[in-house]
Every structure is written in C-alpha cells, then in structure tokens.
Design a protein around this ligand. Structure first.
Ligand SMILES: [Zn+2]
Length: 136
C-alpha cells in the first residue's frame, strides 16, 4: 500500500462534496471544530453534518479497506481508535439533535459519484424519509 496517497484532511473527496452542494445552492460551514468530530461540512439550516470519510482511516466495509500487512501493532490499534472515536462523536452529535450523513470515499469514484451526490441531496432535505425513521 502506498501510504503517501492516503490523505486525512482537506482531501479531494471533501472538496467534491462541497463543490456539488455549493452548486446546488447549499451554504455550509466546514471543519467546524466546536462540534464533536469536527465535521467536514455543516449545514445549520438542516441541522445536518456531513462526514466525508476515507475508507481506510474509518474502516469502511468495502474493498478499499484492507488491514496493512506490515506494522500491524501500529495500525490495528490506530484504526480501532478511529472507529471508537467516530462512534462516540456520532453519539454526541445525535444527542445534540444533529442529523449525521456519512459519505465514503469509494462512493465518490467517478462511476458512483453522480448517484451518490443526488442521494445526498435527499438525505439532507430528508425528502425520502419519514420523520426520524430513516433506518433501512
Ligand atoms: Zn469504501
């Protein structure tokens, strides 16, 4: 694995999502440190935060995530801490009444991107959802 290609902040996937939302007329704040987990995108009007997660750092259940074959003593606890932190941040945000959307890096690959971003709009405005019962 080429570690130099893994970016944790200000990565391109976040910019893809931000540019798309901006083009659709959404106004947001970014990297809001006051909120748990410092969400990549915050839409106060919709009481919604968006995390654009790298599949490796946040251990997405997809082919992009593989445990590194070397330095496992380092990577396994590190990734596990990330997962635990994500879980705690999500719980804190929910307690504060925020709606959380996660967009995964792999969902922004060219062939999936357009559909994912369209779905994001309905997730933000919650057109497809009943009140609060947005579980599959
Ligand atoms: Zn993924």
């Amino acid at each position: 694995m080429n570690m130099s290609r893994i970016r944790s902040t200000n990565s391109k996937p976040e910019e893809i999502v931000r540019k798309y939302l901006f083009s659709k007329g959404f106004r947001y704040r970014k990297n809001v440190k006051k909120l748990p987990g410092c969400p990549d995108i915050v839409l106060p009007k919709y009481k919604t935060v968006i995390f654009v997660n790298g599949c490796f750092w946040h251990k997405h259940d997809c082919p992009r995530f593989v445990w590194p074959s070397s330095n496992q003593d380092y990577w396994i606890p590190k990734i596990q801490r990330n997962i635990e932190r994500d879980r705690l941040n999500a719980a804190e945000l929910q307690k504060k009444g925020w709606h959380i959307i996660t967009v995964w890096e792999c969902e922004l690959k060219k062939k999936n991107r357009e559909l994912r971003l369209e779905r994001l709009l309905s997730e933000i405005t919650r057109e497809d959802f009943d009140n609060g019962t947005n579980q599959p």
